[in-house]
Design a protein around this ligand. Sequence first.
Ligand code: TEU
Length: 519
Amino acid sequence: MSDVHEGASWWRRGVIYQIYPRSFQDSDGDGIGDLAGLRRRLDHLQWLGIDAVWLSPIFPSPMADFGYDVADYNAVDPMFGSFGDLDELIAELDRRGMRLLLDLVPNHTSDRHPWFLESRSSRDNPRRDWYIWRDPAPDGGPPNEWQSAFKGSAWEWDEHTGQYYFHAFLKEQPDLDWRNPQVRAAMHDVLRFWLQRGVAGFRIDVIWLLAKGVELEPGQPAQEDGIGGDQPAVHAYIAELRALAGEFDDALLVGELYLEPERLMAYYGTRGEGLQLPFNFQLVEQPWDAQTLSPIIARYEELLPQAGWPNWVLGNHDKPRIASRVGARQARVAAVMLLTLRGTPTIYYGDEIGMVDAEVPADLQRDPQGLRGGASRDPQRTPMRWDGSATGGFTDGTPWLPIGPSLATINVEAQREDRGSMLTLHRSLLELRRREPALNVGRFQSLGADGDVLAYERSFEETTFLVVLNLGSSPARTEVGRSGRVVVSTHVGREDRLVVGEVDLSADEAVVIRVDPGD
Ligand code: TEU
């Protein structure tokens, strides 16, 4: 594919779309999405105007954590299809000018992975030190106090070999020991394997946890913040991955990092040895108000290293959906923000139609985090809705999670031709963003916050767009000192109006204004 704007990699201009494969499209009636189903829905992605699909894990897995427990990194779980299905998906995406990013889970494997089966078979097995084994504390208990992210001790007793192994998540997800060069080499082979088959890169699970630091050594006190991570060695591990990506046309590495911006920036590296996109979760984590978000956005832009490219996210399979968090009206404002800020946006499947968290009755809950007393992630993982039929066109069988509320209005078919729909808003924004360098590769200038109104400017050469977002639920007027014409509004029928010096916004309205040339 040719680059329209010279020097800008596809992922700088591009938009990523996350698919949770269990919930996108079922093709065989088992109520669980699969690759053949996904392939049938590529028209939607192409019509919407996205550039790359990030597919949550599709590798063979006992599904203790729905695929984030991988039992074989080089194959496809039969539940999702065959190897051939994945090859065809890659080819079909390519034909349509889109790319595939796989989800790499390198921090831990499934406890059924052959590596772990070997590791736990005896203390002198050559793979023993591929995982993190420790003797019990003097009282026979776990080596330290660390808690798993899913509650309970992060250490699991292995009767057979008389030691504990470490798991940051479920006991079915033992952590690999990345200090071991053999582990790193094995994971490099996994990357190579998929890159050779034509994937464009990876989203990398919990990458900051790869280096756990001295706290894991026996006798060291437990770290206050739980399982630790973000230790200096992680950057050397990442540099190895990036060098490998370099052998494949600088394949894209997106890192999952729940870190504050100051610490996040180190993951970009300084000389092309870091991740191209360390996920920026501030819009997911911070309260939805202009006074909070405006300085956060400006600060993130300031902190970015010189060659670093920003990225923005509103939700994923681990977090409540944006439309539930901020409400349907503000979700439209959020869409304008996500798709006009400087940087690569990632859209979570279904957010383009305003899907909300579903209430999942106790007896239908599936997420291990929820079942162990944490926040259930089932509500944000419900099936994509393609039409208004009982199962939303997702399956002919019984969906693995309930379809959720407001099916009649929140589905692709109902929204496709509706000028005022969330889907139409997304498509218009994506179309404008693709067409206008100012909105993809262009510069960013914060205009601060005025009450509930947050504003910024995007520009490229002579073209400038003003983005003005009312995060409040009352009408607002704000001074912008420019004149131009509204090209997108969250409010149907309010496009095309002229702006002279100040902007009048309805409650919950966001607008994109093309500034008059020379103004
Ligand atoms: O998530 C990592 C992570 O930090 C989660 O604990 C997340 O913050 C939490 O679930 C929020 O409710 C990744 C994957 O995205 C997640 O689905 C996996 O369960 C986890 O790693 C283990 O692989």
